[in-house]
Design a protein around this ligand. Structure first.
Ligand code: URA
Ligand code: SF4
Length: 218
């Protein structure tokens, strides 16, 4: 009988630098999400990044391209970073879950984003923790509830903690890694929100990103 994997931990390589991790992640079967997606979408950016962003999971465009945050949410994040005066180059971006979860729309044409389950988020977390270990960022920005709950616990409420500097709980932080943690909304929530609220939610995202980048100078 073949055992079904329930964690990415079984697929982590012995060597844990970013290229090794990215290569090994391509054959992860740590949860069921690999089966319908095109490919693993690992994080992107330099290992020397001082600022690291975590989103939820790749979207349709990211799934096809194999790169995180290149679709509409990524474009919005780029705009917010630019507006906040944050340089995109030295930043590392990744997701809490590395495969696209979706349902088919009517007649199977469109693939519609589906929020990953707690089980899937926990199964995928070893990749995220290994990325944290490899990068050791000074500031970690968690974009949206899925990323926040992955690292800060299932009962964490994002809105109650915006504008605060948090730290990683000891049970998820890799040894010696202790970034200043900031939570904010997911860029997709700005896109999905009612149009009259969009300017305001975009501005609040920009303010949170500016706050996070400001922590780098401390
Ligand atoms: N949304 C995310 O959370 N991550 C991506 O990479 C793209 C969209
Ligand atoms: Fe592995 Fe994560 Fe993909 Fe699940 S979502 S198969 S744990 S990489």
């Amino acid at each position: 009988m073949t055992k079904t994997a329930t964690t990415a931990a079984d697929f982590l390589p012995a060597r844990r630098d970013l290229p090794d991790l990215a290569a090994a992640s391509r054959s992860c079967r740590g949860c069921g999400l690999f089966s319908d997606a095109t490919q693993t979408v690992f994080g992107a950016g330099p290992a020397t990044a001082r600022l690291m962003f975590v989103g939820e999971q790749p979207g349709d465009r990211e799934d096809l391209a194999g790169e995180p945050f290149i679709g509409p949410a990524g474009k919005l994040l780029d705009r917010a970073l630019m507006e906040g005066g944050v340089d995109r180059e030295p930043v590392y971006v990744t997701n809490a879950v590395k495969h696209f979860k979706f349902v088919r729309g009517e007649r199977g044409a469109r693939r519609i984003h589906k929020t990953p389950s707690r089980t899937e988020v926990v199964a995928c977390r070893p990749w995220l923790v290994a990325e944290l270990q490899a990068i050791d960022p000074e500031v970690l920005v968690l974009l949206g509830a899925t990323a926040a709950k992955s690292l800060l616990g299932p009962s964490f409420t994002l809105t109650a903690h915006r504008g605060e500097v948090l730290s990683l709980p000891a049970d998820v932080a890799p040894a010696g890694v202790d970034p200043q943690v900031v939570v904010t909304v997911h860029p997709s929530s700005v896109l999905r929100g009612p149009s009259e609220a969009r300017a305001e939610s975009f501005a609040s995202l920009v303010a949170d990103l500016r706050f996070a980048a400001g922590l780098l100078d401390r």
